[in-house]
Design a protein around this ligand. Structure first.
Ligand code: IPE
Ligand code: IPE
Ligand code: MG
Length: 229
């Protein structure tokens, strides 16, 4: 059976290339992350305006702790500042914020900011912007199976899905990765089982709403078979 979707419900993006964007300009890697955060806002507002329901953005992986201490510290500070600065944007645009990943590894202060942003935007009914923070798919699946066992539930596809951080969200329709790298890097392995993949050459700070429109346009022309013919 052909099951082509006219419009995606869930787009996930591996926002890659901030460091290389900065290096090309003789800037520090941190300048690339600052610029990348601005693009997060542009893409979020645009995704909401065109009626997308879920946008999941990979912001910090479980493997990113292995970066130099100063870069990790910078990213933590940027994240906290970004969430605080963006609260008016979420509220003005009716965008709900949600975080996935193991948040327990973050500072108390950052955890509090994440919790507050989640709570203050809970009533918003437009786009849900999901930030993947200290997120790794293997970690998420392991935690999900542990939860299933702990609750005494039977291990089934449904019970695992219900205990993933993404519970209640639709599977990913479109997976985008910027910066020319062609890999998944431990992102949404379960949820991307039938995602259409788009690998873009541009570095994340150069990605624009027009690039997103082109991808959606291409997606609507693809044929998804889901194993059928
Ligand atoms: C993506 O850009 C942002 C994070 C992983 C936090 P990178 O920092 O990975 O940039 P490159 O890939 O080194 O250019
Ligand atoms: C993936 O990018 C993680 C995020 C975008 C947050 P990386 O730059 O960490 O991935 P690798 O190391 O190139 O696979
Ligand atoms: Mg990278």
């Amino acid at each position: 059976m052909i099951d082509a979707l006219p419009f995606p419900q869930h787009i996930a993006i591996i926002m890659d290339g901030n460091g290389r964007w900065a290096k090309e300009r003789d800037l520090k890697r941190t300048a690339g992350h600052e610029e990348g955060a601005k693009v997060v806002r542009e893409i979020t507002i645009h995704a909401n305006n065109i009626g997308l329901k879920y946008l999941t953005l990979y912001a910090f992986s479980t493997e990113n702790w292995s970066r130099p201490k100063l870069e990790v510290e910078f990213l933590m500070k940027l994240l906290e500042r970004h969430l605080k600065d963006e609260l008016p944007m979420y509220l003005e645009n009716n965008v709900r914020f949600k975080a996935i990943g193991d948040l327990s590894k973050f500072s108390k202060s950052l955890q509090k900011t994440i919790k507050e942003t989640t709570q203050k935007t809970l009533h918003c009914s437009g786009l849900t912007q999901v930030l993947a923070l200290n997120y790794g798919s293997r970690d998420e699946m392991t935690r999900a199976v542990q939860a299933v066992v702990q609750k005494g539930m039977e291990i089934t596809q449904e019970s695992i899905a219900q205990n993933l951080d993404t519970q209640g969200m639709p599977d990913v329709d479109i997976l985008v990765r910027t910066s020319g790298e062609v890999r998944i890097s431990n992102f949404l392995l379960w949820q991307c089982a039938y995602a259409e993949m788009f690998f873009v050459q541009k570095f994340w700070p150069d990605f624009s709403k027009y690039d997103l429109d082109d991808i959606i346009d291409d997606f609507t022309k693809r044929e998804r078979r889901f194993g059928g013919i």
